[in-house]
Design a protein around this ligand. Structure first.
Ligand code: COI
Length: 355
């Protein structure tokens, strides 16, 4: 590893959770990675320290104007005990894309990946080994300069925390019920939809709450201008299998460029599927459903992995997909992806990076 970091180990290790009862993102490991930025020194003082609350000036920019970003990736332990990551270089690249949009300092990609590897290595005993579990890695960056004028922060912190996780949805991998949102929007052209920032998720909470209150698991977002083109599902990208072909929204600036999305497109192409990255409407989807051509719908994401959709609700109409059962393709993709990530299946694309 090119970059080396100072390590301070905790003197009071925590009890590890039972892997059978893991949900998503509620338990955190013993250590975290922290690095500082200022204009004079650039990124400096990368270190691994015991997991603990941060001390920040209450006037820090992040608290007032939301100058921040985050990423998400996972570490897995193979049967043989090897620790491995899935495409961390893609997270490093996406970090810099986000940061350019948010006027935040870029991070050298190798430094990003080395920091992830170093902190995962220190807490590798926290990687759960049960079925459908992994160690979720959450790198994030915040503007820390104390000032109330709206202007780019001159100081930042880059932090990585780790959380042993199970499935993202409480009901595991059972098909989800999705509410097609036709009032609120997630992202407009020229906005920040492609960037991985907390603001996108904060602004989406009202729609998610509305959907939850009505008994749905998530929302499907439509485009901001005409509210007719399909964009993404909650915290993940959306795929539709219609008459044997695959459809997913093209990356036109309003969609998060998911790493699982990109990977699954490659896998499906390898398997001979025609994958259409295009603009298509919710009306097209319902029409295909009514004609019996909508075979599967699923969402992809680091947290969600492959999450089958069992039901879509749009303007009073309900569309049940594949009898509310996990589709053959969704299951096959899940098995392939999780198989590659956990070393059970061959990594023919060179996506796995050992720690
Ligand atoms: C991920 O899939 O890693 C995400 O960032 C989604 C998150 C908001 C739970």
């Amino acid at each position: 590893m090119k970059n080396q970091f100072k390590i301070t180990l905790t003197t009071s290790p925590k009890q590890k959770p039972d892997p059978k009862n893991l949900t998503f993102g509620k338990v955190f490991t013993d250590h975290m990675f922290v690095m500082d930025y200022d204009n004079e020194n650039g990124w400096h003082d990368g270190r691994i320290v015991p997991y603990a609350p941060l001390e920040l000036d209450p006037a820090s920019i992040v608290f007032h104007y939301g100058q921040e970003m985050f990423e998400g990736l996972k570490a897995y332990k193979t049967k043989e005990g090897r620790v491995q990551l899935f495409r961390p270089d893609m997270n490093a690249k996406r970090t810099n894309n986000t940061n350019r949009r948010m006027c935040m300092p870029e991070i050298d990609e190798e430094l990003f990946v080395d920091a992830v590897k170093a902190v995962v290595d220190v807490d590798k005993d926290w990687i759960p080994e049960g079925k459908d579990t992994s160690l979720y890695i959450r790198p994030f960056m915040i503007g820390t300069e104390p000032k109330l004028g709206v202007a780019v922060s001159n100081t930042f912190k880059f932090i990585i925390i780790l959380s042993p996780v199970g499935p993202y949805y409480e009901h595991g991998l059972a098909p989800t019920r999705i509410y097609v949102e036709n009032e609120y929007i997630r992202s407009a052209m020229g906005g920040t939809g492609f960037a991985k920032i907390g603001g996108n998720y904060a602004a989406a909470m009202i729609a998610e709450k509305k959907a939850h209150d009505m008994g749905f698991d998530q929302v499907l977002w439509l485009d901001a201008k005409e509210k007719k083109y399909v964009e993404e599902i909650g915290t993940s990208n959306a795929f539709f299998k219609i008459d044997g072909e695959i459809y997913t929204s093209s990356l036109i600036g309003t969609i998060l460029p998911g790493i699982t999305r990109a990977s699954m497109i490659e896998v499906m192409k390898d398997w001979g599927y025609k994958v259409n990255e295009t603009r298509f409407t919710i009306e097209d989807v319902f029409k295909a459903g009514e004609e019996g051509k909508l075979e599967e719908v699923f969402a992809t994401g680091t947290a969600a992995v492959i999450s089958p959709v069992g039901e879509l609700f749009w303007e009073g109409k309900t569309l049940v997909i594949n009898n509310n059962e996990i589709g053959e393709l969704s299951q096959r993709l899940y098995d392939e992806l999780y198989g590659i990530q956990t070393g059970e299946r061959e990594d023919t694309h060179g996506w796995i990076v050992p720690v």
